[in-house]
Design a protein around this ligand. Structure first.
Ligand code: CTP
Length: 410
């Protein structure tokens, strides 16, 4: 008898439920996930059971709802078992308390321990009163989670418990179920499926075997872009001219191509650009280079002249050879008249977005941990990003990039 092709095993979804009134909507999410054929294990906090009983979840799920970290007769370590087996973990609703525990790395019940024990993508769906949602503590915890690659589904505005209205309502269960399906199918964030090339650092043009002409770019903004782009789902190539000890998070899977000179950077960037959906030129590329002397130039007391030859303008070459639908992002370092010069440069360069660094502002630009930029769009739009970490600036830039990719009408 011909052997039957085995059915592919269904995706495993851990449905975490924390203690908020929107817990009743998690029942509907569970039902929809089961309809799509997923194996769903509900994991409830004790507070969640004050809103909806575990029996309701157990009756609809693929296996009984779990609450306790200890005392499970089938396994002494339910959190690692659940975390390892999961293809996706979704928390509906995520209360302020659950979000805080997750951001802090606490693991004091089965749900928080499962979140710690999984390498699967995690989607948290916050739902709470507007006053709580807007607390800086909640927003900072969510920003921390996002930076670590957790997907956060923004709550909606609408009627809340007690007749109040405002931001904080859980989106419709069908929206959550659709997002879980996209995650199961490979969605890791708004840059999922896109290839992004980023250049970083300051190039070095040799004068002789020991001396170089370079600039003060550290490469930190480019590295932050690479990390965040990867966490938003992109396949990332980083052409790096940095000479600092910059480490990418070990969890990232970024291809790093080290280069030294503007010519090497041009070769690597232009060689790979045709395959990329997005190219971000965050590097400070030398505008001029010199013919290096073969031997170390000796000090002989005479005056010397270096002849500066212009380098290739990589961004201009990218624009000239732009593949259809490709998004090109340039950076500009300005010290005065930042907006007007930025706008003029955007037009001249023909890029989709220009990130203007006010390198004269305190705490911003070269060699700082923080940055403050204005993102100018070809459509005349601009976003001012006030002083914040380079990772958060990267997130703001990549959000604009993702919006352009989703429009697809550049
Ligand atoms: N850039 C490039 N190739 C170069 C020099 C710069 O691709 N040879 C890119 C940078 O990576 C940056 C953008 O061009 O994204 C703007 O660089 P900037 O030095 O600010 O602008 P310039 O074109 O050099 O203009 P100006 O010197 O007049 O300010």
């Amino acid at each position: 008898m011909p052997s039957a092709t085995p059915e592919p095993s269904p995706a495993h979804v851990v449905l975490g439920v924390s203690g908020g009134i929107a817990a009743y909507k998690a029942v509907e999410v569970l039902r929809r996930l089961r309809e799509r054929g997923y194996h769903v294990t509900p994991v409830l906090t004790r507070e969640a059971t004050r809103f909806v009983g575990a029996a309701t979840f157990s009756a609809l799920a693929s296996e009984p709802a779990r609450i306790e970290l200890y005392g499970d007769p089938t396994t002494p370590i339910p959190h690692t078992h659940l975390g390892q087996r999961a293809d996706v973990v979704v928390v509906v609703p995520a209360t302020a308390h659950l979000i805080a525990r997750y951001a802090a790395g606490l693991a004091d019940d089965l749900l928080s321990a499962t979140l710690m024990a999984t390498r699967a993508p995690v989607l948290v769906c916050p739902a709470m009163h507007t006053e709580m949602y807007e607390q800086p503590s909640v927003q900072e915890n969510l920003a921390t989670l996002r930076r670590r690659g957790v997907l956060v589904l923004e709550p909606e505005s609408g009627v809340l418990a007690g007749g109040d209205a405002g931001m904080g309502r859980l989106p419709d269960p069908s929206v959550i179920a659709d997002l879980v399906t996209r995650i199961v199918e490979g969605y890791r964030g708004p840059l999922s499926g896109y290839r992004v090339l980023i250049s970083a650092g300051g190039t070095r043009e040799p004068i002789d075997p020991v001396r170089v002409i370079t600039n003060r770019s550290s490469g930190r903004q480019g590295y932050a872009l690479a990390e965040v782009a990867q966490r938003l789902g992109a396949r990332v190539t980083l052409v790096s001219a940095t000479h600092r000890e910059l480490a990418l998070d070990v969890a990232t899977n970024v291809e790093v191509i080290p280069v030294d000179t503007a010519a090497e950077m041009a070769e690597m960037v232009l060689g790979r650009a045709p395959d990329q959906d997005v190219v971000i030129m965050a590097a400070a590329v030398a505008d001029y280079t010199v013919e290096p002397a073969a031997q170390k130039i000796k000090r002989d007391g005479t005056e010397r002249t270096l002849v500066l030859r212009p380098t290739i303008d990589i961004l201009a070459s990218l624009v000239a050879a732009r593949a259809s639908g490709q998004v090109l992002v340039g950076f500009a370092a300005e010290t005065d008249d930042v907006l007007a010069r930025g706008r003029e440069k955007l037009e001249r360069k023909g890029v989709d977005l220009l990130v203007v660094n006010d390198v004269g502002a305190p705490g911003a630009g070269f060699d700082h941990e923080t940055n403050e930029v204005t993102i100018l769009g070809r459509d005349g739009s601009f976003t001012s990003v006030s002083l914040r970490s380079k990772a958060d600036v990267a997130a703001a830039i990549l959000t604009r990039v993702a919006a352009l990719l989703s429009q697809g009408d550049r």
